[in-house]
Design a protein around this ligand. Structure first.
Ligand SMILES: *Cc1c(COP(=O)(O)O)cnc(C)c1O
Length: 357
């Protein structure tokens, strides 16, 4: 069976050597030494100033909303994983969608400006499939209207923009380290905090708002990463050059094979992390045809992202035509470090046969 992704498992010996350390000191959670070590190493690896590790990517978004004191309406993209919107709603905020650019699949800056009113407090764009948003445009819009910007950068681990980390755009960028992501800690996530003065606050918000032995400073939550998760992250971080190299080879083979198909347009100032590879078909019928042809061979691509978030049952939104159209026509193909070349060739052949292109 071949899925869209496969959880990367690092060397068992390496993981167990970290587990031995946990057993030696009996410290399993609450900002333990491995979480601290992973924070330091990730800050260097990602080339960012402030990183705070948390329990998952969804709670990273929620902590960011809290840190930046959002209220009222938040402008976001309808083309993302459901957590981008659900986290806004469950924090008592109203998501207002701005439609995507059908080429880049990212939120379109012009559409953001149209949605700003006196109730707007922030913009939450997503670097879809690791492709950088129009960060400079979004920066200008946010400054002009005095809005916070939180990038859901769940797909953008390690991506650079004009030679610096893409994560340094916005007030905060959030990452997900879920097992299905490019880099993972089983479950996990992080806040990249670009406003230095918010870092201390983030540290007590993730720990119930506690800022000292007998002191609760603010309304917080429990968003802590544990030591076993940090051990997984530390074990995988060393393998990132290998993981990226493998994925790049697979990504480039797909690009070559599908040069007559439509693909997501990459930002020319953005580096790539090869975290996803998606094909855009002419219509939904073709997607379903390809999907069932692959499923017959026990290959399971995923319709990322489908359905478009403006159709969610718990919100009232205007129709987002570009997002709805793309959602119906897109299919994410298997890509992960251990995907065999022969299996990839089979995937390519089945798709080409199914659409006869
Ligand atoms: C995975 C993902 C999330 C959620 O991250 P979790 O760690 O699973 O909570 C949020 N946004 C996007 C775009 C994602 O892909």
């Amino acid at each position: 069976m071949i899925n869209v992704t496969k959880t990367y498992m690092p060397s068992k010996e390496k993981y167990l050597s970290y587990v031995d350390k946990i057993y030696e000191n009996g410290w399993v959670t609450n900002n333990g030494p491995l979480v601290q070590e992973l924070e330091e190493k990730l800050a260097k690896y990602l080339n960012v100033k402030n990183i705070v590790l948390v329990a998952n990517g969804t709670i990273a978004l929620e902590i960011a909303y809290c840190l930046l004191k959002l209220s009222g309406e938040v402008i976001t993209t309808p083309f993302s994983f459901v957590a981008t919107t659900s986290s806004i709603v469950s924090n008592g905020l109203s998501p207002v969608f701005a439609d995507i650019d059908p080429q880049t699949l990212n939120i379109k800056p012009e559409n953001i400006e149209d949605k700003i009113n006196e109730k707007t407090s922030a913009i939450v764009p997503v670097h879809v499939f690791g492709n950088a948003c129009e960060v400079e445009e979004i920066d200008k819009i946010s400054k002009k209207h005095n809005l916070s910007v939180i990038y859901d950068a769940a797909h953008a681990f390690g991506v650079e923009y004009k030679g610096k980390s893409l994560l340094e755009y916005g007030n905060v960028s959030t990452l997900s380290f879920h097992a299905t992501k490019l880099f993972h800690t089983i479950e996990g996530g992080a806040l990249i905090i670009n406003d230095d003065e918010l870092v201390d606050e983030a540290r007590y918000l993730i720990n119930f708002g506690i800022d000292g032995p007998d002191s609760v400073k603010a309304l917080g939550t429990n968003a802590k990463m544990n030591e076993f998760e940090a051990a997984m992250g530390l074990s995988i971080l060393d393998d990132m050059p290998f993981i990226l190299n493998q994925r790049e080879k697979i990504f480039k083979r797909y690009i070559e094979a599908f040069k007559n198909f439509s693909l997501q347009k990459q930002h020319e100032s953005s580096s790539q992390n090869y975290s996803y590879f998606s094909l855009l078909f002419e219509d939904e019928e073709s997607v379903l045809k390809v999907q069932s042809a692959l499923n017959r061979e026990e290959i399971y691509p995923r319709r990322y992202f489908h359905p478009s978030l403006d159709t969610l049952p718990y919100i009232n939104s205007e129709v987002m035509p570009n997002s709805r159209d793309i959602s119906k026509r897109i299919l994410a193909l298997p890509i992960y470090a251990e995907l065999k070349e022969e299996d990839q060739n089979k995937i390519i052949q089945i798709i080409k046969e199914a659409v006869q292109k």
